[in-house]
Design a protein around this ligand. Structure first.
Ligand code: KIV
Length: 309
């Protein structure tokens, strides 16, 4: 992939051919020089609340490096998550549990640099990895600060119950927090595998309670992963101040997220049921990402009859 300084990120909906109009070829997919004006207003918490208010779905994709982050931003993706899924898709680990804080900070910094370079406007989330927030609120604060220093606008952490106190501590200190309930990959072994969560009444009740506690603690986003669609919708209705972002949780959430490698069809294993390959029929990565944004916004993805439980 070759970008040139002539590539303008200001034309967010410009056809893909606009990206290949080089005046000076640059090697190694170098990002273009920053354009003098940002393409659109930066995505912020008030902007996300505004989208929710008017019923427009929020779009999120993972990205782990400068170039893919810049392409996702140019495709109109509002939120970019540097997920600890990078342990699996970038590092070849068997699960996300082996990812370290240093690795997360490295990738957050790369993505932040890429976005800055192209005057990107996406909201940037960094995942706190396993072991970096489990000991104490103070440890969580130190870890979160490292990701904020690397360029994250918001941090994400997994789990309910004990995490509410941690979330409150971080939010009181000025760090926006995204929580994560349902299938929480850092504790996949404790959950018995990558399986749907909240299926029976007791589990559904616990999920709803945890979600409310996290909103009360100040979390402004909540990833719901592999949760039955009806339960995810109910939780979404319960949380006016915390925007639910679904992955395998049906279309009733406030927004959607996918792992970039999955939606580009380059998952080395078998794609989970909740994934759609957006490269099908697309002629470029940017087009595939723009197709994802369109499909989430117009409600055609996810299709609950195919991608949900
Ligand atoms: O690590 C990650 O990419 C995630 C998403 C699957 C939500 O947590």
């Amino acid at each position: 992939m070759h970008y040139s300084p002539a590539f303008s990120f200001t034309a967010r909906s410009a056809p893909v051919s606009d990206m290949s109009n080089p005046t000076t070829a640059t090697p190694y997919g170098t990002l273009p020089a920053a354009s003098p004006l940002p393409a659109r207003k930066p995505v912020s918490l008030p902007r996300l609340a505004e989208l929710r208010e008017r019923g427009e779905k929020i779009t999120m994709l993972t990205a782990y490096d400068a170039t893919f982050a810049a392409v996702a931003d140019a495709a109109g993706v509002e939120c970019i998550l540097v997920g600890d899924s990078l342990g699996m898709v970038c590092q070849g680990l068997a699960s996300t549990a082996g990812v370290t804080l240093e690795t997360m900070a490295y990738h957050v910094e790369s993505v932040a640099r890429g976005l800055r370079r192209v005057q990107g406007t996406a909201w940037l989330l960094g995942d706190l990895p396993f072991g970096s927030y489990h000991e104490s609120k103070e440890q969580a604060m130190r870890s979160a600060a490292q990701l904020v220093h690397a360029g994250a606008h918001m941090i994400k952490l997994e789990g309910g119950g004990w995490t509410a106190e941690v979330v409150r501590f971080l939010v009181e200190r000025g760090i926006p927090v995204c929580a994560h309930l349902g299938l929480t990959p850092q504790t996949v072994h404790a959950l018995g595998g990558y399986r749907v969560q909240g299926r029976d009444d007791a589990a559904a009740l616990a999920l709803k309670r945890h979600a409310l506690e996290l909103q009360d603690a100040g979390a402004t986003m909540l990833v719901l992963e592999m949760v039955p669609a009806a339960l995810a919708s109910e939780i979404t209705q319960q949380l006016p101040r915390c925007h639910t972002i679904g992955i395998g949780a049906g279309k009733g959430t406030a927004g959607q997220v996918l792992v970039m490698h999955d939606m580009l069809g380059i998952n080395l294993g078998k794609n989970p049921k909740f994934v759609r390959n957006f490269m099908d029929g697309a002629s470029s990565v940017r087009e595939a990402m723009a197709g994802y944004v369109r499909a989430v916004k117009d409600g055609s993805f996810p299709d609950d009859s195919l991608h949900a439980w």
